[in-house]
Write a protein that binds this ligand. Structure first.
Ligand code: OOG
Ligand code: MG
Length: 255
């Protein structure tokens, strides 16, 4: 960990804690993607030192819709902690964030630890259940603007997640309609096929990427597969819900 990476990690962690935007590392230095992952790890380590627990990983930019919205065209991953979990049906306070957005996702529940380098069959058979989910993203950068390395350093904009009821693993997950509703009106519509063609691919990618970073997916962890549609602003006083065809829904009220 270089002094520069450590400084960036501290700045990003503070921005998240204070709910105040900070500037992009790309504006002041050359940051490789490998360095950006080191910054991410360090920034999350600060959370863990304060008592938060790692509870899973998230994939980002696994759909064209998200890549197009943010101008980034490579899949990335980030770390989830218990403090980010927003219980389904609870009320989330947008004031704790900077400029939060919400997007519809699918979540996988890992039943058995996945060793790094495991073949795809081992990865997919380690899943206990799947659930519709909402992800709250909140870039720590002004105007939600960033390069690939910037957003990796910022833990892939991870800020919160809501899990619907866990369901038995269905034989296939591709081509299911996904709706993102705000106050009962459809804000975005898409398909699970948008997630790398099939959300299972996203799980395999998550296991590979995290494994390569020395982080095997553990029993009890959650993997978020990535947004199936573009994200929408999390507006005060609204009720946000995602419905995934034949899988159920996940919702959150915004205070
Ligand atoms: C980065 C996070 C991307 C997804 O599901 O694609 C992401 C961002 O959009 O700020 O979570
Ligand atoms: Mg997401």
């Amino acid at each position: 960990m270089t002094a520069q990476n450590e400084r960036l990690a501290a700045r990003l962690d503070e921005a998240a804690r204070q709910g105040e935007a900070t500037w992009q590392p790309s504006e002041e230095c050359e940051l490789s993607v490998a360095d950006a992952y080191a910054v991410q790890e360090w920034a999350v380590a600060r959370r863990l030192k304060r008592g938060e627990r790692l509870v899973g990983v998230k994939m980002g930019f696994t759909s064209r819709q998200k890549m197009a919205q943010m101008g980034v065209d490579e899949a990335i991953w980030g770390r989830l902690t218990d403090a980010m979990l927003v219980p389904e049906g609870s009320r989330v306070a947008p004031a704790r964030y900077i400029h939060p957005r919400v997007e519809p996702e699918l979540a996988f529940l890992i039943e058995r630890e996945i060793p790094p380098g495991a073949p795809p069959e081992t990865i997919t058979s380690a899943v206990a259940a799947v659930a519709p989910a909402l992800e709250i993203i909140d870039s720590r950068y002004a105007d939600f603007r960033f390069t690939l390395a910037d957003v990796v350093a910022d833990n892939a904009s991870a800020a919160g997640f809501v899990l619907g009821a866990w369901q038995a693993v269905p034989s296939s997950l591709d081509c299911r309609g996904v709706l993102l509703e705000v106050d009962g009106r459809v804000a975005e519509a898409g398909s699970t096929a948008s997630i790398l063609g099939d959300p299972w691919r996203s799980l395999v990618a998550a296991a590979r990427l995290a494994g390569r970073a020395g982080l095997p997916l553990k029993a009890g962890w959650v993997v978020l597969a990535g947004g199936a549609t573009a994200a929408v602003p999390l507006r005060p006083g609204t009720l946000v819900r995602t419905v995934v065809e034949s899988l159920g829904s996940a919702s959150v009220a915004v205070a």
